[in-house]
Design a protein around this ligand. Structure first.
Ligand SMILES: NC(=O)c1ccc[n+]([C@@H]2O[C@H](COP(=O)([O-])OP(=O)(O)OC[C@H]3O[C@@H](n4cnc5c(N)ncnc54)[C@H](O)[C@@H]3O)[C@@H](O)[C@H]2O)c1
Length: 329
């Protein structure tokens, strides 16, 4: 089976490509390298291109004739999205429209889409199931929410089958340390905490008066390889017209900011210096997934422990830091 992976040079995309090739899928990476890394493309053929260019993606699909598309490409910063409305809608929403139309023209009938738990907005009831109402609170989440609607319309009208996968907090790295999490600017908790630990810098905790057990925000961290395995199961699962699925992908367990820091400190036997700052606008106190539906539909469950999430992330960051130090000495 031949799979076109948009955003395959990115953090999650590269892990998906590695997992795909291990399972003998033929992989084609389509990426504009805006945030992706060329040295993350090791498991498939690379085509440099931009999804905002309709003719480009149409011609690539026409030439490569994939059996399915995994669509991970996108801009991912909530903060940036609030300042750059045009580029976020263009890059995330308009790109998805281009991709779906190019798939329709070329008769490609299956898409697996990277969506986000943030489409749920603020929820009182935990864990969050797919039945919860959607209420995206920022531009980034809205671009994902509206892309979901587009995908459902292309399913209804053109019979393109889909799995919409709503990731909770992707974390951790490849256990061979070949690829890992790297964003610029980095906004994710675990890489920032590791950076603070390795560089003996202060780590900023946003908010210490949340309504949670230790007053800091709680998130559901899911290892990137667990996410990758869900994509493979979604590709293998045959969906009939109008029988496509929206699935949450999380571990069903939460960790607070302080719990993540404590666990890291304990495993590395180093104290992380902390400073506390007021909570950021729009940050939710708690987000925990119910992944019962993914289990029922795909037979999927997160398997990788929180300790392995943190250890794999640490090993990757340590390797990158040492490489950087070598280059600069
Ligand atoms: N990281 C998370 O915790 C998380 C959580 C929920 C959802 N997601 C979604 O998962 C996907 C992957 O996230 P990531 O963390 O790997 O981000 P990433 O920035 O590492 O990867 C995104 C990739 O998309 C490419 N890209 C962006 N715009 C493009 C365009 N117009 N044409 C072609 N390529 C383009 C980038 O170059 C990059 O390789 C995103 O869609 C993101 O919204 C991520």
């Amino acid at each position: 089976m031949k799979i076109l992976v948009t955003g395959g040079a990115g953090y999650i995309g590269s892990h998906v490509c590695k997992a795909l090739q291990k399972k003998n899928f033929q992989v084609i990476v389509f990426d504009n390298l805006s945030s992706g890394k060329k040295n993350f493309i090791k498991w498939g053929k690379f085509i440099k291109g931009d999804l905002t260019n309709f003719n480009q993606i149409k011609n690539v699909i026409s030439k490569t004739k994939p059996d399915a598309v995994i669509h991970l490409a996108g801009k991912i910063s909530v903060e940036e999205s609030e300042k750059e409305i045009f580029s976020y809608y263009k890059n995330n929403f308009f790109s998805t429209l281009n991709l779906l139309e190019a798939m329709k023209i070329n008769g490609v009938k299956k898409i697996v889409f990277s969506s986000t738990a943030s489409v749920y907005g603020n929820q009182k009831k935990m864990p969050i199931s797919e039945k919860a109402s959607t209420n995206p609170l920022n531009i980034y989440s809205k671009t994902k929410f509206f892309s979901e609607q587009l995908i459902k319309d292309y399913n209804r009208i053109h019979g393109i089958n889909f799995f919409i996968l709503r990731y909770f907090n992707a974390a951790g790295a490849d256990f061979d340390c070949e690829i890992g999490e790297i964003h610029d600017p980095e906004t994710h908790l675990i890489p920032l905490a590791i950076e603070a630990l390795l560089n003996n810098k202060k780590f900023t905790v946003f908010g210490r008066n949340y309504n949670t057990h230790d007053k800091t925000a709680v998130r559901d961290y899911i290892h990137v390889n667990d996410l990758a395995s869900a994509h493979i199961l979604a590709l293998k699962k045959n969906n009939k017209r109008n029988k496509s699925n929206v699935l949450n992908l999380g571990s069903e367990k939460g960790m607070s900011v302080l719990e993540v820091l404590n666990l890291l400190e304990k495993s590395k036997n180093i104290k992380i210096k902390k400073k506390f700052y007021k909570k950021r606008k729009g940050d939710m106190p708690k987000l925990i997934s119910s992944s019962k539906l993914a289990n029922k539909v795909l037979g999927w469950k997160a398997k990788i422990s929180k300790e392995d999430i943190l250890n794999s992330a640490y090993s990757w960051h340590y390797k990158i830091l040492k490489k950087y130090e070598k280059k600069n000495t």
